[in-house]
Design a protein around this ligand. Structure first.
Ligand code: NAP
Length: 504
């Protein structure tokens, strides 16, 4: 149960305080946590970056971010003034480590004021090449504390392959204990994603069906209409596999595939998730050929506007081999899931922005209805929609009203908006509160990150060493390359999409 009552005095040090992530996500999340009464009585937010700013300039900068990006709209003056009192700025240049001395003095001053129970949270919202430097400086200036007094939050990407992830883990765990390290994957903080566990483990009717006997296949689709925009420099060194599959999508797969935990403790849940990753079938050369598809978008038209192809985007190499689309068929080789395919796909500049999980159940063993009655027959499906719609739908067959017996698929729907009037918190609100409460359940442990990389490395290496000759191979505003349709069609299935609101 989350409550501000159990929070100790907290100092947030945000490295990258002037950056995009703080403007878009962190500052709005902290402001909303304060507005909703979830911050402790005593707290301080110290923004840091190289820019020379006064406290007032920094407050103005993040106010603009909150005004633009907060789910609750523009700040309310009274609430903002109260929040701003807790915010200050301290210029720190990671490549000039002596600037940490001033930071240390400031932290110690606030600690003396807040008392001995004060916890310090370092949030690394900076480019990944700065993660090791910051951790080393925190150690050098005796700022790394212990499990009670200090935590460090690391943004994604966590490594760019198995080797670099291991090296970063080694460095961090040489300075901090695992209990102090919070590797953030913001997908895990989303309401609908958290609800997967509630839905699976708080409802007894599902468990007997949740296995290879009753489930036909699983699909996870995370599709985006946007292209890379201004993030070409980052994305061209990453691609869909590193940006989405290694973290968000494999974590969703773990939530669907995991065994029932014996309790809701962070390590128990993370153990069960890592078991899924360890049971996933490794990729050999044949699997890479037949069970994976990569794509890159060409120019096209989106909502009446011409958009550039990936290779013409800002900061992207003209002959880039980076995939902006990936589709993969996974298997989880254990008793529950043996032989059941998990299809995942993700991409940019696709027809629709949505994150969907579809669990298709096996067909009835014997058809009792005559052909004319079952024209619109659809195997049962459970659809978890993470965004833009937040819903869980169970697709079942029902009789259409009328004198004739005609069956139609209908949806039994749990829709957040229709069920609850309160606005759902943003993922970052949930996760920042978890860090303050020292709850690691929704954060990645070292072995989770490494197992995910280990599984994907053969594909990453194969795609990097063998340049795609077919890129670009899908048009903006399409559903990706034709090969992705073939990947799933070969097994007799098709990718599931929710109809757009105006498309029913
Ligand atoms: P960004 O906009 O480029 O911000 C980088 C920040 O780092 C700036 O505040 C910059 O400020 C500071 N900085 C750069 N060099 C520094 C140095 N030597 N010493 C101290 N500060 C330095 O990046 P971002 O988009 O916020 O991303 C930050 C991290 O979050 C990255 O790891 C990214 O992958 C991750 N992430 C971002 C998003 C997002 O939506 N933006 C989403 C998921 C993950 P100065 O130039 O003033 O020093």
């Amino acid at each position: 149960m989350k409550t501000s009552q159990c929070l100790n005095p907290t100092i947030f040090v945000i490295f990258g305080g002037t950056g995009d992530l703080n403007m878009r996500k962190l500052a709005p999340a902290l402001y909303n946590l304060q507005a909703d009464g979830f911050m402790p009585k005593d707290y301080a937010i110290i923004g840091t970056a190289r820019s020379k700013l006064t406290d007032a300039q920094f407050r103005d900068t993040i106010q603009a971010g909150v005004n633009q990006f907060s789910r609750s709209g523009k700040v309310k003056k009274e609430k903002w003034d109260k929040f701003a009192e807790h915010v200050s700025y301290n210029a720190v240049d990671v490549s000039a480590p002596d600037t940490f001395a001033v930071l240390k003095t400031n932290i110690e001053k606030i600690k003396a004021e807040f008392g001995p129970k004060t916890q310090v949270i370092y949030y690394l919202a900076v480019a990944p090449n700065l993660f090791p430097l910051i951790a080393q400086c925190l150690e050098k200036y005796d700022l790394a504390g212990d499990e009670e007094s200090c935590r460090i939050v690391i943004e994604k990407p966590f490594g760019r392959d198995l080797e670099t992830a291991k090296a970063l883990n080694k460095l961090l765990t040489g300075i901090f204990t695992e209990k102090q390290i919070y590797r953030i994957d913001h997908y895990l903080g989303k309401e609908t994603v958290q609800n997967i566990m509630a839905f699976r483990f708080a409802n007894s009717f599902l468990e007997p069906l949740w296995n290879r006997t009753y489930i036909d296949h699983v699909q996870i689709s995370v599709t985006e209409q946007l292209g890379v925009g201004d993030r070409g420099g980052y994305y061209d060194g990453a691609g869909a596999m590193r940006d989405m599959i290694q973290n968000h999508i494999l974590q969703l797969l773990c939530l669907i595939g995991m065994e029932t935990p014996i309790n809701f403790e962070a390590d128990e849940i993370r153990n069960k998730k890592v078991d899924v990753l360890k049971a996933m079938r490794p990729f050999g050369p044949e699997d890479i050929r037949f069970s994976t598809v990569r794509g890159q978008y060409s120019k096209g038209w989106v909502e009446g506007k011409e958009v550039p192809g990936y290779r013409s985007e800002k900061d992207v190499a003209a002959d880039s081999n980076t995939e902006t689309f990936a589709a993969i068929k996974f298997f989880v080789d254990n008793w529950r899931w043996q032989g059941i395919p998990f299809y995942v796909r993700t991409g940019k500049r696709l027809y629709q922005t949505s994150s969907l999980i579809s669990i298709q159940f096996k067909d009835v063993p014997h058809q009792v209805f005559p052909a004319g009655v079952t024209e619109h027959w659809q195997q049962n499906r459970l659809i978890i929609s993470i965004q833009p719609e937040m819903s869980i739908r169970l697709q079942v067959q029902a009789k259409r009203p009328g004198l004739d017996m005609v069956l139609n698929p209908v949806d039994m729907v749990f829709d957040y908006k229709g069920t609850y009037s309160a606005q759902a918190p943003e993922a970052y609100e949930t996760l920042l509160l978890d860090v303050m409460l020292a709850d690691q359940t929704q954060f990645m442990r070292a072995d989770q990150v490494e197992s995910a990389w280990e599984l994907l490395m053969p594909v990453v290496n194969a795609w990097e060493t063998k340049k795609s000759l077919s890129f670009p191979n899908y048009h903006a505003d399409s559903w990706g390359p034709e090969d992705a349709e073939a990947l799933i069609a070969r097994d007799g299935f098709h990718w599931f999409t929710l109809p757009l609101k105006n498309e029913d």
